[in-house]
Design a protein around this ligand. Structure first.
Ligand code: SAH
Length: 253
């Protein structure tokens, strides 16, 4: 059996029980670049670990090698885990790998994980929906050409916009969203390396991001919407050391 497993955002306490059980008895684990050292430490010590993490520029080449590797190990071992950060079906090519493996006649099981798209804002005390503030959210990619060419007007109207892989092109994306009608004064937050000891939160308005003056490091989840305003107050609104976050009462319209 080949398992397509979500590892969650990084903190091993956020693995599902099923993911942890599989990692503890895995024979082979093929893992991605964003898998944290703490999650890797949960893997059966006698398992074969294969890093299939993709650096920029070599994504296609590495991706081509993954299915043959899974097929190779799948015929020789009982428990082969394809471990992906967050959820395996959210911007992780899980769907493509599932289709290829099923086409090759493999037994495959998908084990959902907690996506960083949900975990990052939630750990920062930012709800994705909130009565009278946000009734919808969308998770979109800000990556590369596809990300920039996409029709941002469609997303300008979504209440809570969650952008993955958006750090590099943040200024252009913000400018496009403003041009499409999103309020330049809207609060946004970048949550870098969510759930890891190096987590950092950067708060800025959409207009400030468009100006290109806000420093952010990847990987980060970018949240734009009035729900961020619920926790507005920037870095002073939470206590970095204790991790305690006071969510101020929302401003109801
Ligand atoms: N399948 C993953 C997403 C993979 S795409 C998931 O469901 O989370 C990679 C992007 O995910 C990164 O560019 C970043 O935007 C986001 N990401 C993944 N882990 C993260 C983390 N711990 N903190 C912040 N962003 C993260």
């Amino acid at each position: 059996m080949i398992y397509l497993v979500g590892a969650g955002p990084g903190d091993p306490d956020l693995l599902t029980v099923k993911a942890l059980r599989l990692l503890e008895r895995a024979d082979v684990v093929l893992f991605d670049r964003l898998i944290s050292a703490e999650v890797l430490a949960c893997i059966n010590p006698s398992a074969t670990l294969i890093d299939v993490g993709k650096e920029e520029g070599q994504q296609c080449e590495k991706q081509r090698q993954i299915i043959p590797l899974l097929l190779h190990y799948g015929t020789r071992h009982d428990t082969v885990v394809r471990l992906k950060s967050g959820d395996p079906m959210v911007f992780a090519r899980g769907g493509e790998e599932l289709a290829d493996l099923l086409d090759s006649g493999c037994d495959v099981e998908v084990v959902p994980g907690i996506s960083s798209a949900l975990a990052a804002p939630e750990l920062a005390g930012i709800p994705l929906t909130y009565r009278e503030v946000a009734r919808s959210f969308a998770i979109v990619t800000g990556h590369g050409r596809d990300g920039l060419l996409q029709d941002w007007t469609a997303y300008a109207r979504i209440d809570t916009l969650i952008i993955l892989m958006g750090v590099k092109h943040r200024a252009e994306i913000a400018a496009r969203l403003i041009a499409a009608g999103r309020d330049a004064g809207q609060s946004t937050a970048f949550i870098e390396r969510a759930s890891t000891p190096n987590e950092r939160r950067v708060y800025a308005t959409l207009g400030q991001i468009a100006d290109g003056t806000v420093e952010v490091e990847a990987p980060a989840v970018w949240i734009a919407g009035d729900v961020v305003g619920l926790s507005w107050g920037g870095p002073t609104a939470y206590d970095r050391t204790s991790g305690v976050f006071q969510l101020p009462r929302p401003q109801r319209q």
